[in-house]
Ligand binder design. Structure first.
Ligand code: HEM
Length: 273
């Protein structure tokens, strides 16, 4: 087995540089992949929470989007297969994203303490956000996988009554509050950190074009704008998420004597689906 290992790989492993004395490009490539998978998950989440919140506008609105996801405009009556495919795809993306994230987690209490103390000494909020990112990532490792697996294994058990029963009669509302808070913080703090690291949203262009020097004022102003957008997004998604959880739970309470019954659309238009 040991003979299968190339000398160049061994050199790279020990010295972190290639035999040609170039810094290995692997860490950067893995970082790119982590940012890309993170971005895909944030976009997924933004659509997901909006679709989910349609319950606020009534059972028919949620029923309609559920049927759309089941591709009922192509497959008569809809099918659970598209939801299962989406669930498996999302789980694979989550697995890649989490595996790459684990590399950066402090591997011992000592390391965690060192990072924490350093961030406190510097009073640097962005470093503290990194710690929050590690904690929420850890919570999500369990909650998102359980939730996604539950959805993909029972893809047709989604709908105004089925979901509401889960929230109230299966006591899932507590689980969903934990999932919501962790995922919203993780997603938008992550997006903010990646934007700064990669210079997105004009942050790369913080150099004064005349003097060709780093313009601290421009940089700080742009960062502050980005922080504002991050906070608005967190507040918006937490509010619509928490209101949806409250609505689902209340509907589940009202439906508690008929658990297992599935919703039938009430409007004339939807009756024709
Ligand atoms: C394809 C996979 C997924 C499907 C089909 C799905 C579907 C659903 C449904 C129908 C609900 C309403 C509650 C219920 O019926 O039990 C829900 C809630 C929720 N899901 Fe997912 N989900 C998926 C993956 C994910 C992922 C990957 C995340 C996080 C990145 C996530 C985050 C949430 C959150 C935070 C809630 C709480 C609801 C709220 O606050 O409005 N879901 N999901």
């Amino acid at each position: 087995m040991a003979n299968d290992v190339k000398n160049s790989d061994l050199i790279e492993l020990i010295t972190k540089t290639t035999p040609q004395r170039k810094k290995s490009r692997w860490p950067a490539k893995l970082d790119d992949l982590q940012s890309l998978t993170g971005l895909i998950l944030v976009i997924f989440l933004m659509f997901h929470l909006i679709f989910d919140s349609l319950i606020i506008f009534g059972n028919d609105a949620m029923y309609k989007i559920t049927k759309l996801m089941e591709l009922d405009f192509i497959i008569e009556g809809g099918s659970g297969v598209p939801v299962t495919i989406m669930g498996v795809t999302v789980l694979v993306i989550i697995a890649i994203h989490a595996a790459l994230g684990i590399r950066k987690m402090p591997t011992s209490y000592r390391k965690y303490k060192a990072i924490n103390t350093l961030s406190k000494t510097m009073n640097h909020l962005d470093s503290r956000l990194w710690i929050l990112q590690v904690i929420t990532g850890f919570v999500l490792f369990f909650t998102v996988t359980v939730h996604t697996y539950m959805m993909l294994s029972n893809p047709t058990d989604i709908g105004p009554y089925a979901s509401a029963d889960r929230f109230f009669s299966e006591n899932m509302w507590i689980f969903y509050i934990v999932l919501l808070v962790a995922v919203v913080l993780h997603a938008f703090i992550g997006l903010y950190r990646v934007s700064i690291k990669r210079g997105w949203f004009g942050l790369s262009n913080t150099t004064n074009s005349k003097t060709r020097t780093f313009d601290k004022k421009v940089s700080v102003a742009k960062r502050n704008n980005l922080k504002k957008i991050r906070n608005y997004l967190i507040a918006f998604y937490l509010i619509i998420g928490l209101v949806s959880i409250a609505v689902y739970t209340y509907k589940g309470y009202e439906h508690r004597d008929n658990v297992g019954e599935r919703y039938n659309p009430s409007s004339a238009h939807l009756k024709n689906i």
